[in-house]
Write a protein that binds this ligand. Structure first.
Ligand SMILES: Cc1cc2nc3c(=O)[nH]c(=O)nc-3n(C[C@H](O)[C@H](O)[C@H](O)COP(=O)(O)O)c2cc1C
Ligand SMILES: [Mn+2]
Length: 482
């Protein structure tokens, strides 16, 4: 089975799988939808298609990504690690030995070449074209998510720009506060590629925003790829099908043909206004700050377009699963530069940037410190506040195990690293915005060169006795074997 081709295909799949409920009652996108969605997400419940959002002409889809099972359905896999394995296969491309390997290598290269987006002449996303004064964001059920939000926010967009200096495309997910029917903000945080395109702009920067994509392409907008890699290529690779693009009606940019809705427009150099506050994925309101203003020149859409949204807030929220997908999918890429890493976990409760637990195959002294610094030097992982390093036999996803080793193996006088580095744009705890402390905890077993006394063996039962008890279990009268 291939991943869904577009949002409608995805909705049909969710319905077949009992993963979507249609809400026929009129629901207000102003706060009411959030409360319904938040309760549903926290209960592990289904995607919700609000068919009659109050005051809007189009239905509202929320919680499409809210469980591991739906995330797997989106990628057509049975576990998210299977997605990573496909990527790993390509990343580990070695010079081929012999004919069979050469053919296999060519197939891999072809899978990369076939991932490039493809231009087409028509797209469903342009069945309806509104330009100029006809552009009207009031048609859409844009949610105001939390009581302290000053306005509705578009929360699940794929924002497309081209770096005017290099010509490379970037696609990112950045919230867009509605200013009026034809204007929004663009929330490009300082460390993001979108912000870099904006900093490099001339007098005007064209922007296109795709809403209501197939789930893999929508996910790809949130993926932290290096600046020069087009997120639509990742989408094509993960879908096994190139993303089809049509030329915008009022911009030079190309937009995904399968989108439900596309917003086209521009940003003027130096035009900033005060955006926010916004009830954010940190669990706090991020404060009001200046951000660029986006002027719409066109709103194009399918007939009966469906508007997608996501509610972030105190974790766990729906975005937890977009984050977990990234955690899994990027493991091979991280291992490509830090090969001693066995596995890692970014706890949902840590809003992804607050904490990373990393397990390593340790072979030399101070290696845990090397890995901490690697994390603090790696893409958006550089924003990680606390890094806990454990040995390779420890499961980083098992927080009780991690807590055990972070206690038992740590002498705080010796095994804690405190340093400084860039802090997440939204971190409210740092003394200064964008700059903060970093905490490393080396919870690996220590070597003599690291200043350890003789390290005691860990307690484990012998294999013979385990086998004996296995074979005699029924005799003990203790029920099911544990
Ligand atoms: C639901 C959701 C909302 C997000 N909102 C923002 C945002 O408002 N601003 C921002 O800079 N990043 C936001 N992000 C994170 C970016 O999408 C992510 O860092 C992505 O890698 C950015 O793409 P880029 O690296 O090409 O800039 C959001 C992520 C998700 C999943
Ligand atoms: Mn990018």
């Amino acid at each position: 089975m291939a991943p869904p081709a577009d949002l409608r295909d995805w909705i049909a799949l969710l319905e077949r799988e009992g993963e979507l409920v249609r809400v026929a009652a009129e629901v207000d996108p102003d706060l009411e939808a959030t409360e319904i969605v938040d309760r549903t997400v926290k209960a592990g419940g289904p995607a919700l298609l609000f068919e009659r959002p109050k005051g809007a002409a189009h239905p509202l889809l929320v919680n499409q990504f809210g469980t591991e099972r739906r995330m797997c359905l989106a990628f057509a896999v049975d576990r998210l690690d299977a997605v990573a394995e496909r990527l790993e296969d390509v990343l580990e491309l070695q010079p081929p030995q012999g004919l069979v390997e050469k053919v296999r290598g060519l197939k891999k290269l072809k899978s990369i070449a076939d991932s490039m987006p493809k231009s087409v002449s028509h797209g469903a996303c342009q069945e309806v074209v509104l330009t100029g004064d006809d552009v009207d964001l009031d048609l859409l059920p844009i949610q105001r998510c939390w009581p302290g939000d000053p306005a509705p926010f578009i929360t699940l967009p794929a924002v497309i720009t081209i770096d005017p200096r290099t010509g490379t495309r970037n696609v990112g997910m950045y919230r867009m506060q509605k200013i009026d029917a034809r204007t929004t903000f663009m929330h490009w945080q300082i460390h993001k590629d979108g912000a870099a395109d904006w900093r490099g702009m001339g007098d005007r920067l064209e922007v296109a925003v795709a809403l209501g994509l197939d789930p893999v392409t929508a996910y790809s907008a949130s993926a932290p790829l290096p600046k020069h890699i087009d997120e639509l290529m990742l989408a094509g690779f993960l879908r096994g099908e190139p993303v089809e693009l049509v030329r915008g009606k009022t911009v030079e940019l190309e937009v995904p043909a399968n989108a439900e809705i596309v917003l086209e427009g521009y940003i003027e150099k130096g035009e900033l206004a005060v955006e926010g506050p916004f009830g954010d994925h940190t669990g706090y309101y991020s404060p009001a700050e200046p951000f660029p203003v986006f002027h719409l020149t066109a709103l194009t859409m399918r007939r009966d377009a469906i508007y997608p949204s996501i509610v972030v807030g105190k974790p766990p929220a729906e975005d937890a699963w977009l984050g977990k997908a990234t955690e899994r999918i990027f493991l091979p890429a991280i291992r490509a530069s830090v090969p001693e890493i066995v596995d890692y976990d970014l706890p949902v409760a840590g809003a992804f940037h607050n904490c990373a637990i990393v397990s390593i195959r340790k072979t030399y002294p101070a290696q845990a410190r090397k890995v901490m610094h690697a994390i603090w030097g790696l893409g958006l992982l550089s924003l990680t506040k606390a890094v806990i390093v454990v040995d390779g036999h420890v499961d980083p996803h098992d927080y009780a195990q991690v807590a055990f080793y972070a206690g038992a193996n740590v002498d705080p006088a010796r095994d804690v690293v405190l340093t400084e580095g860039p802090a997440d744009h939204l971190d409210h705890a740092t003394a200064r915005q964008f700059v903060g402390g970093k905490l490393g905890i080396d919870a690996t077993a220590k070597l003599p060169e690291e200043g350890a006394r003789e390290w005691p063996p860990e307690i484990e039962m012998s294999a013979e006795v385990r086998d004996l008890v296995d074979s005699r279990w029924a005799e003990y009268g203790l029920g099911e074997k544990s």
